[in-house]
Structures are given as structure tokens and as C-alpha cells.
Ligand binder design. Structure first.
Ligand code: FFO
Ligand code: ATP
Length: 188
């Protein structure tokens, strides 16, 4: 079989650009991302909120997860294995052990309980004015959004990850809101 050249798509070019901008921003002293009142208003006892453990220069959602715990929510974290297996959201108690996964990820134990999310705090590479989102390119969150269409999709990012317009594909589902170091932006 002839070897296929890897053609950098618009999305891939953007990923590289935004990673560089995000790395540069975090190389200074990045501010904390505080829980905005609009987000706190959504938190109700018993809801499942999914957080994530940041990798590289991703925005840190830990104050958002803490606000959820204080409001009586249950926390879950993403768990991935191989690309063809869907991501699961596994229950995680504050300070429970985490285990090394692919891509340098820290994940809950494989046998932790899988939960249905009510609020998905979503890592991302870039977002635009319509709150379309560009992720790492594995499609894990896109597939989770399709699996859990009733969950609130809230992006977490640094403001430097904002772009005017992103190229979208038919499967992309926009975020309901985004939280950055400058606060809350709802979808227009
Ligand atoms: N913190 C975090 N956890 C997450 C995700 C994420 O984006 N961020 N995921 C979202 O899907 C899932 C894991 N999927 C991933 C898919 C691809 C790459 C990846 O290609 N990483 C790059 C380096 C990224 C960087 O340094 O910014 C690489 O390994 O080259 C990482 C995670 C579930 N957990
Ligand atoms: N709902 C879905 N069902 C099945 N496959 C999907 C779905 N959504 C996305 N995919 C697949 O995921 C791949 C990656 O999509 P895309 O480049 O938009 O990822 P991304 O948004 O950057 O990544 P992620 O969601 O992991 O952060 C695509 O090749 C696509 O076929």
C-alpha cells in the first residue's frame, strides 16, 4: 500500500498555534480560574459534575470542582483507554488515588463507578464567538456530548484560547458557556 502523507488540516494547524499561545501564557504566572456566580447557580446537591486533571498548559478547573463539592455535587473524571473505546466519566472522591493513563493523563481506577454527567467541565484547545470548540482531535468529548445530550457543556480555558471563528464539522456540538480567568461567557 502506498504510504499516505499526513496533511495538516485547518484544525491541526490551529491546534499547534493555540498550544503555543497557551504554553506562552502559562509560562508567566497564570491566574486562578475562580468559580463565577453564573456557574455556582447551576450547582445543586446530587448533580454529577465532571472535572479533569489538566495536562500541559491546560486551564486548571480545580476551583470549579471544589465549588461543586461544596454545593453537594458528585465529581467524576474522564477515563480513556484506546481511541476506539468511548471515554467514561468515573466517580472520583476528593483525594482518591489517580493512576497514570495514556497521554500523561491522571485517571481514576478503571473499576470506579461510571456516572451520567449533568455538567461537563470541558478541556479544550480553542473556542470561538459562537462557543464552538476545538479539542485534542481524538473526538472523545464530541462523542461524550452526543452520548449525553442533556448535560450542560461548560468549557474551561484561558482567554488566549479565544479565536474569531473555528472550522466546524457536522458532529461538533457547541458549548453552553465558557469559563476563563475573566469569568463566564454564555453562548450568544
Ligand atoms: N486534561 C485532560 N484530560 C482529558 C482530555 C483532555 O483533553 N484533557 N481528553 C480529551 O479528549 C481525554 C484524553 N484525550 C486526549 C487525547 C489526545 C491528547 C493529545 O494528543 N495530547 C498531545 C499533547 C497535548 C498537550 O501537551 O497540550 C500529545 O500527546 O501530543 C491528549 C488527551 C480525556 N481526558
Ligand atoms: N458523535 C460522534 N460519533 C462518532 N465519532 C465522532 C463523533 N464526534 C466526533 N467523532 C470523531 O472524532 C474525530 C475527531 O473529531 P474532532 O477533530 O472534531 O475532535 P476534537 O473536538 O478536537 O476532539 P475532542 O472532542 O476529543 O476534544 C473525528 O474523526 C470524528 O470522526
Amino acid at each position: 500500500m502506498p504510504r499516505r502523507a499526513v496533511i495538516p488540516t485547518d484544525k491541526n494547524r490551529l491546534r499547534a498555534q493555540i498550544r503555543a499561545a497557551r504554553d506562552a501564557f502559562v509560562a508567566g504566572k497564570p491566574p486562578a480560574i475562580e468559580a463565577p456566580p453564573e456557574y455556582r447557580a447551576l450547582l445543586k446537591p446530587g448533580l454529577t459534575v465532571t472535572s479533569y486533571v489538566p495536562i500541559g498548559s491546560e486551564a486548571d478547573p480545580s476551583l470549579l470542582a471544589r465549588a461543586a463539592v461544596e454545593a453537594g455535587c458528585v465529581i467524576a473524571l474522564p477515563h480513556v483507554t484506546i481511541r476506539t473505546e468511548p471515554m467514561r466519566f468515573l466517580a472520583w472522591a476528593t483525594e482518591a488515588a489517580l493512576f497514570a493513563g495514556p497521554f500523561g493523563l491522571q485517571q481514576p481506577a478503571t473499576d470506579a463507578t461510571a456516572l451520567v454527567p449533568d455538567i461537563i467541565l470541558t478541556p479544550l484547545l480553542a473556542f470561538d464567538a459562537k462557543l464552538d470548540r476545538l479539542g485534542q482531535g481524538a473526538g472523545y468529548y464530541d462523542r461524550a456530548f452526543a452520548q449525553f445530550p442533556h448535560a450542560r457543556r461548560i468549557g474551561v480555558a484561558w482567554d488566549v484560547q479565544r479565536v474569531e471563528t473555528l472550522p466546524t464539522d457536522p458532529w461538533d456540538m457547541p458549548l453552553h458557556a465558557i469559563i476563563t480567568e475573566n469569568g463566564w461567557t454564555p453562548r450568544p
